[in-house]
Design a protein around this ligand. Structure first.
Ligand code: TMP
Length: 204
């Protein structure tokens, strides 16, 4: 690809089926000859992965949690995401700043304006070209999580927490319909995959 790469983010409540779909999009893009970098948040760098361990497993204040999310993101944007986009690569990122609005503002109840302040400081000029929001009823997501091993502080949250996270995600999608595609993961896999190919293919 010539010019700047494409930045695609993947969002949704825990248990919505995001991981399976990311693997599908990655494979499909590679089959189209795209140069793809798959990364995640919190994480994606040595510092970010170390912070991820703390964030997911150590109890802390919501504000501390938010600052650590952005500390990990700062390292990730500067050291990984921006250079890859500048080199013309596709960056597929498993969660980005929409997750902070949804989880820390929506779920934990912090003012969205505080998240916006950090966003402006850490990545004033960077926004995803496309955000795929994997949407599922929190009751169904909870059943899926119960079958998997509950392993971190977020997955252990109650249904009402995820209901708030979901509502905040959907509100963001309504506010920016040109950036978001909402994918209903309760539908059959082939139907979901057609929708993904259509959304991502538009950026090729
Ligand atoms: P993952 O399980 O999808 O890798 O994400 C790790 C957890 O971190 C997930 O439960 C959502 C949470 N998270 C936030 O609360 N805020 C954020 O900004 C990010 C990136 C993730």
């Amino acid at each position: 690809m010539s010019g700047r790469g494409r930045f695609v983010t993947f969002e949704g409540i825990d248990g919505a089926g995001k991981s399976t779909q990311i693997a599908f999009v990655e494979q499909w893009l590679r089959s189209q000859g795209a140069d793809v970098l798959l990364t995640r948040e919190p994480g994606g760098t040595a510092i970010g992965e170390a912070l991820r361990e703390l964030i997911l497993h150590r109890s802390m204040q919501p504000r501390t949690e938010t600052l650590l999310m952005f500390a990990a993101r700062c390292e990730h944007v500067l050291a990984v995401i921006e250079p890859a986009l500048a080199a013309g690569r596709w960056v597929l990122c498993d969660r980005f700043t929409d997750a902070t609005y949804a989880y820390q503002a929506g779920g934990r109840g912090l003012p969205p304006a505080d998240v916006a302040t950090l966003e402006r400081w850490v990545h004033p000029a960077l926004q995803p070209d496309l955000t795929l929001l994997f949407d599922l009823d929190p009751a169904i997501a909870a059943e899926r999580l119960a079958r998997a091993q509950r392993s971190d502080r977020f997955e252990a949250e109650q249904r009402d927490f995820f209901a708030r996270v979901r509502e905040h995600y959907l509100a963001r999608a309504r506010a920016e319909p040109q950036r978001f595609v909402v994918v209903d993961t309760s539908r059959d896999k082939p139907v979901v995959q057609v929708q993904l190919v259509e959304a991502v293919g538009r950026l090729l």
